[in-house]
Design a binder for this molecule. Structure first.
Ligand SMILES: [Zn+2]
Length: 68
């Protein structure tokens, strides 16, 4: 697997796995079981296209469901 570089500061990123919480207009949404790259320097998270699809599905799904 190739080393990804942080798009913000250009430092090395490491692969992480777990829950990530995103702030949205309708509140915080947690996407669980996500694999992503995190910068070792500035902690910027870099998501693959697959991860982005997971995020979008979860975020938009939560909006439609309107969990109170
Ligand atoms: Zn960085």
């Amino acid at each position: 697997m190739k080393n990804e570089q942080c798009p913000v500061c250009g430092k090395k990123t490491v692969q992480k796995h777990g829950d990530v919480t995103f702030p949205t207009k309708s509140g915080k949404v947690t996407v669980s079981d996500l694999t992503y790259q995190e910068c070792t320097s500035c902690k910027e998270k870099v998501f693959s296209q697959y991860a982005q699809e997971q995020i979008e599905r979860t975020v938009y799904g939560e909006k439609r469901k309107r969990v109170v």
